[in-house]
Design a protein around this ligand. Structure first.
Ligand code: NCD
Length: 305
């Protein structure tokens, strides 16, 4: 019997129970194995998934499309840059027309806060959030958790550092929600101006990289989200790298077996040195990226089953 989760959309992490998260990660492990042995059940046969991307994307969009096709589903894509949005149509009207075509699910990324909640009210199918503004990016947090569990064998009891532009990162928002729910401790590390104003239980805040890395099992690096900031708030890249850029020397402050992650896109030489990004034993960055496919397959399969 196919396992079930308690939600009908995936828009935020908070409504997921720890049991839901475990179900998704277990299902992703199943799909990872099925991909390796070319025995993927074609659970999306006859289903048509609409992708709706109003913001740039490489990994998220392509891994979602790969996931749909691997499960035997079909895709149609709406792309803001070549759409009637350029002729003045409102986003709400666009969604009402596209919803009228009765897609089996919508995967969407949008620059407006809560846009997926708005869309979910206008359509009848599951909505999967592929990132809204600086708020949430739940499938990124799920694939990060999957990667941590795969390498460390567990999430509970680990200390995870998240470093960089925390106030503008939807990846950080979803990761903090998910990892604390699953019993990890979080160290948020960054310049004062890029740290969140409030944090939840299980989260500590550090301004100095070396202090925050102490005792960490996992180090997640983040990009400076220039497109979401007042230009004057952007730190000088050389000074930023000096203080927050992850080098092997800085990584030595974390546990000796600490792994390094990054959601991508990486800005090498700004938040991360080549020697760390390409380190064959410490960097899990490209493995993490590849896990986007089985994790997104699990989400699609569970929401559409
Ligand atoms: C992130 C995003 O778009 O939120 N990338 C991703 O989905 N892998 C992070 C970023 O843009 O820095």
């Amino acid at each position: 019997m196919t396992p079930k989760i308690s939600v009908s959309h995936l828009i935020d992490i908070d409504p997921l129970t720890p049991a839901d998260i475990t179900t998704i990660l277990d299902r992703a492990a199943f799909f990872k194995q099925a991909l390796a042995t070319k025995t993927v059940p074609q659970s999306l046969t006859g289903k048509v998934i609409l992708t709706l991307f109003a913001e740039n994307s490489t990994r998220t969009r392509n891994s979602f499309e790969m996931a749909v096709l691997r499960l035997g589903g079909s895709l149609i894509n709406w792309d803001e840059n070549i759409s009637s949005a350029k002729k003045g149509e409102s986003f709400s009207d666009t969604v009402r027309y596209l919803g009228g075509y009765q897609p089996d699910a919508i995967v969407m990324r949008h620059h407006e806060y809560n846009a997926p909640h708005f869309v979910a009210q206008l359509v009848e199918c599951p909505v999967i959030n592929a990132g809204d503004a600086s708020r949430e990016h739940p499938t990124q947090a799920l694939l990060d958790a999957f990667t941590i569990r795969e390498i460390k064998g567990r999430i509970e009891g680990l200390a995870v550092a998240i470093v960089g532009d925390l106030s503008h990162s939807r990846v950080a928002g979803s990761n903090v929600a998910l990892l604390t729910k699953m019993g990890a401790k979080i160290h948020l590390i960054g310049p004062k101006d890029l740290l969140p104003q409030q944090v939840r239980d299980g989260v500590s805040v550090f301004e100095k990289l070396e202090d925050g890395l102490k005792g960490c099992d996992v180090v997640m690096m983040l990009r400076i989200q220039k497109e979401r900031m007042d230009l004057s708030a952007i730190p000088n890249e050389t000074a930023y790298f000096h203080e927050y850029g992850l080098t092997l020397e800085k990584l030595a402050f974390a546990k000796p077996d600490a792994i390094v992650m990054h959601p991508g896109p990486m800005n090498r030489g700004v938040e991360i040195a080549d020697e760390v990004a390409d380190d064959p034993t410490r960097s899990m960055i490209f493995k993490q990226g590849a896990n986007g496919v089985p994790v997104r397959m699990a989400v699609l399969d569970l929401l559409l089953a």
